[in-house]
Design a protein around this ligand. Structure first.
Ligand code: FAD
Ligand code: NAD
Length: 475
């Protein structure tokens, strides 16, 4: 007899595995199918995020930043180190261990929550049947009352620079390089381009980033992007804007890259070329033609605001549906789908999703940026506070950057917060909570922030909206 579950989840990335856990917490019987295989041939839960994205990239960012600090900052603190050397093999081993610990942790969580973790390929058939093709063994048809599709995304490949897994590589390959390339080219100055470009620049590569758009970090607030461009260039990232790659040919000596910019045709040779021009939804062989699932013109699974597909009882969450491709967005959608399946009320507040770029300095924002508020026509006021005036930032030797706050002129509602500086990714949580609670700027102004802390910069920026900053001259 066919196995039957209340919920079958296809995909065990942060959208799928979190949805599976929440469904199990509701007392539902749950199976979660995943086919991810790491480069060592081993299968692992956790999807892109744990195996090839968020976690390994942050491990490498941390390690490379420590090396940079040891080489360039320790002496400012009065610490003499002698020669500091890179041991890339150990650094890479640490990354792999962290990934393994966390992905094993998901298998443990599945067990603890009595979730059936199934390793292999899942395919939705008509009538909410799921075809499960295990890594070894026979194909099985599993029946489900509800299905959650959480199949994630894959890197976009440029036809003029196809991935070869050696010289022209994607972000996953770029995380696992065994040697520091002398010359590294990156196509795309988006989140991946900047994070991975920073890693390899700190480890000693000469990094050139080619970005097609004329504007740097077009999704960020302009004041923040300006500081970021200056800082990254000072760190040695050679960021070329308005650079449209026309060809990339891998040969024995490296990759010959041609591109056009405002000065005409240009060329460069690099040892490795990372192509990081965005990701596309991954839905290959995910459902049969008669399953009733629809894709939009960009290949995303069509869902409503509550992640329902056109098929009753079938949900889709995470990178395979519209919205920002972020792990925390996917996880919240997984939770929402599971709660709705259990008959609870649930929603995702798509207006309040934080974005973080884990460079140094970090960049984080939530809510609207100034251009968006201006375009909305609502009268607004802004305030800011530089980390150069923060005692804690000075003690940390990390004074670059600022906090910028945008608030409504009429009722003082907080509309957006934008941070570039130390621990921006942690600091932004206060603004996320404030926006979630529809806080006013005055609410933050009247909240006590510990001294000395980086969070004081958030407090002071909020005060400065009304010209009440205490530790920096007001406008
Ligand atoms: P995925 O994590 O892609 O998981 C999907 C899973 O489904 C995979 O394991 C896949 O093998 C499996 N699957 C697909 N189809 C099938 C099938 N038919 N049968 C069985 N299994 C299937 N986001 C952040 O929020 N913060 C970050 O710091 C961050 N850093 C990143 C760094 C890099 C280098 C990259 C590439 C991405 C990063 N992201 C980050 C984005 C983040 O990884 C994704 O948004 C997130 O992983 C999406 O989660 P998901 O569950 O939708 O999909
Ligand atoms: P992205 O969308 O962030 O950036 C892609 C960049 O490539 C853009 O600036 C775009 O203008 C540029 N581009 C596109 N085509 C180009 C071309 N032909 N030549 C030159 N430049 C070109 O995409 P990404 O950096 O690949 O990241 C993919 C996804 O992963 C993002 O959606 C991001 O949200 C997610 N991610 C998040 C984090 C994080 O949260 N810290 C980290 C890494 C990745």
């Amino acid at each position: 007899m066919a196995r039957s579950f209340d919920v079958v989840v296809i995909g065990a990335g942060p959208a799928g595995y979190v949805g599976a856990i929440r469904a199990a917490q509701h007392g539902l019987s749950v199976a979660c199918i995943d086919e991810w295989q790491n480069r060592d041939g081993k299968n692992a839960f956790g999807g892109t995020c744990l195996n090839a994205g968020c976690i390994p990239s942050k491990a490498m960012l941390e390690s490379s930043e420590l090396l940079h600090k040891a080489q360039h900052e320790f002496k400012k603190h009065g610490i003499k180190t002698g020669g500091v050397e890179l041991d890339l093999a150990t650094m890479q081993k640490r990354r792999a261990v962290i990934v393994r610990q966390l992905t094993n942790g998901i298998a443990g969580l599945f067990k603890a929550n009595k979730i059936e973790g199934l390793v292999g390929h899942g395919k939705l058939l008509a009538g909410k049947n799921v075809e499960f093709t295990p890594v070894s063994g026979d194909v099985e048809i599993i029946t489900a009352k509800h299905v959650i599709l959480a199949s994630g995304s894959t890197p976009i490949e440029l036809p003029i620079a196809k991935f070869d897994g050696d010289k022209i590589i994607d972000s996953w390959d770029a995380l696992e390089l065994a040697e520091v390339p002398e010359r590294l080219g990156v196509v795309g100055a988006g989140v991946i381009g900047l994070e991975l470009g920073s890693v390899w620049a700190r480890l000693g590569a000469n990094v050139t980033v080619l970005e097609a758009m004329d504007e740097f970090l077009f999704m960020a607030d302009r004041d923040i992007a300006k500081v970021a461009a200056k800082d990254f260039r000072q760190q040695g990232l050679d960021i070329k804007l308005g650079a449209k790659v026309s060809s990339a040919k891998a040969g024995k000596k490296g990759v010959d890259v041609s591109y056009d910019d405002k000065d005409g045709s240009q060329s460069m040779q690099v040892d490795k070329l990372v192509v990081a021009v965005g990701r596309r939804p991954h839905t290959d062989n995910l459902f049969s033609d008669d399953a009733g699932i629809q894709l939009d013109e960009r290949g995303f699974i069509v869902v409503d605001d509550e992640c329902r597909t056109r098929v009753k009882g079938v949900y889709a969450v995470g990178d395979c549906v519209r919205g920002p491709m972020l792990a925390h967005k996917g996880s919240e959608e997984g939770v929402m789908a599971a709660d709705l399946i259990a008959g609870e009320m649930a929603e995702v507040n798509y207006d309040v999703i934080p974005s973080v770029i884990y460079t140094s300095p970090e960049i984080a924002w939530v809510g609207k940026n100034e251009a968006e508020v201006k375009a909305s026509g609502r009268a607004y006021k802004t305030g800011s506070f530089p980390f150069a005036a923060s005692g804690r930032a000075k003690a940390m030797e990390q004074t670059s950057g600022m906090v910028k706050v945008i608030s409504a002129e009429d009722d003082d509602e907080l509309l957006g917060m934008h941070i570039i500086g130390p621990m921006a990714g942690e600091l932004i949580s206060e603004a996320v909570l404030a926006l979630e609670f529809n806080a006013s700027t005055e609410d933050i102004q009247r909240t006590i922030h510990a001294h000395p802390s980086l969070a004081e910069a958030v407090h002071e920026a909020s005060l400065s909206v009304d010209n009440k900053a205490l530790n920096f001259p007001n406008k």
